[in-house]
Design a protein around this ligand. Structure first.
Ligand code: BT5
Length: 245
C-alpha cells in the first residue's frame, strides 16, 4: 500500500512532472501530492540537461512543504536517492548499486536513476515548497551516452511493473523523510556513505575541474575531496566524473 501521506495523480503524458508539481505548489496544493507520468516530452535533469523519458520507466515528482532553509532542502536530495537505492536493491539484491554524489544511483557505474530537486524562491529564510523529481529506468535506458553510461532494471533481469516500483519508492521515501524529520541528516549521511561510490574523481564546478580522492560527505551534504597536496576541499555544487571515465 502507498503510504497515506501521498496523493498520486497519474498522467499518460506531460512535459515534465516537476513542472506540473511546481505549478500545483504555486497554486497552494498541500504537501504529499505526487505527480506521476507514463511519459515526459520535456523531462529535465540538472542545469537544463535532458532526461530521456520514453514510456516504460518511472517519472515522478513529490511536493513537500517542510518549511526549511535552502541549505536543508538539499537533504531531501539524499533522502530521495536513498529511497531509490533501497527500491532497486530490493528488486535486484545481487546487483552492485552505488550512490554517486550528489544525486545519482548507479549500477556497476551505470546510471539507473536521477533526482532533480527544485525549490520555491526563498522568502524570509524559509522555503514555501520543494519538489523532488525522480526518474528510474525500469524498462529501458539511453544507449548512446558514452560519458555517463546508463542501465535499466529490465537489463538487470528484473521483472516488475511501474506500479510496483512506484509503491516501493514511495514507501522508502516516506521512511527516509521521517528519518530526516525526527533524527536529522546524520543517519541519512551515514547510510549514503555506506554505499557511496568512492575512489579518484574529477569534479566539474563553476570554478573549473577539481581532481581528488573521495574523502566523505560533510554535515551539509557537500562532497569532501582530498587533493594531491593532501588538503581537503568541500564541494557544494558540481558534476562528478570518475577518474577512469
Ligand atoms: C538528473 O540530472 O539525474 C536528474 C534527473 C531527474 C529526472 C526526473 S524524471 C521526473 C522528474 N521530472 C523531470 O522533468 N525531471 C525529474 P543530471 O544529473 O543533470 O543528469 C542528466 C544526464 O543524465 C543527461 O545529461 C544524460 O547524460 C543522462 N541521462 C538522460 N536521461 C537518462 C536516463 N533516462 N537514464 C540515465 N541517464 C540519463
Amino acid at each position: 500500500m502507498i503510504p497515506s501521506f501521498f496523493r498520486v495523480r497519474t498522467f499518460d503524458v506531460t512535459d515534465s512532472t516537476n513542472t506540473l508539481a511546481k505549478k500545483a505548489a504555486e497554486s497552494g496544493e498541500a504537501e504529499g501530492l505526487v505527480i506521476h507520468a507514463h511519459r515526459q516530452t520535456a523531462g529535465r535533469g540538472r542545469l537544463g540537461r535532458v532526461w530521456e523519458s520514453p514510456e516504460g520507466n518511472l517519472y515522478v515528482s513529490v511536493l513537500l512543504r517542510p518549511c526549511c532553509s535552502l541549505q536543508d532542502a538539499l537533504f531531501y536530495n539524499f533522502s530521495a536517492a536513498m529511497a531509490v537505492h533501497d527500491t532497486v536493491v530490493d528488486l535486484s539484491p545481487t546487483s552492485l548499486f552505488q550512490l554517486k554524489w550528489p544525486n545519482d544511483v548507479l549500477e556497476s557505474g551505470r546510471k539507473i536513476s536521477g533526482v532533480l530537486l527544485e525549490t520555491a524562491p526563498l522568502e524570509k529564510g524559509v522555503l514555501e515548497w520543494l519538489v523532488v523529481g525522480v526518474g528510474i529506468n525500469v524498462a529501458s535506458h539511453p544507449t548512446d551516452n558514452i560519458l555517463y553510461p546508463a542501465i535499466s532494471l529490465a537489463s538487470l533481469g528484473v521483472k516488475t511493473t511501474i506500479d510496483q516500483v512506484l509503491e516501493s519508492f514511495l514507501k522508502n521515501l516516506d521512511r527516509w523523510i521521517k528519518v530526516l524529520k525526527y533524527d536529522g541528516f546524520n543517519p541519512i549521511r551515514k547510510a549514503w556513505l555506506s554505499d557511496a561510490r568512492m575512489g579518484r574523481m574529477m569534479v566539474r564546478t563553476s570554478q573549473g575541474t577539481i581532481e581528488g580522492d573521495f574523502s566523505g560527505l560533510d554535515q551539509t551534504g557537500a562532497l569532501i575531496l582530498r587533493l594531491a597536496d593532501g588538503k581537503e576541499q568541500a564541494i557544494h555544487v558540481g558534476d562528478v566524473l570518475m577518474r577512469e571515465e
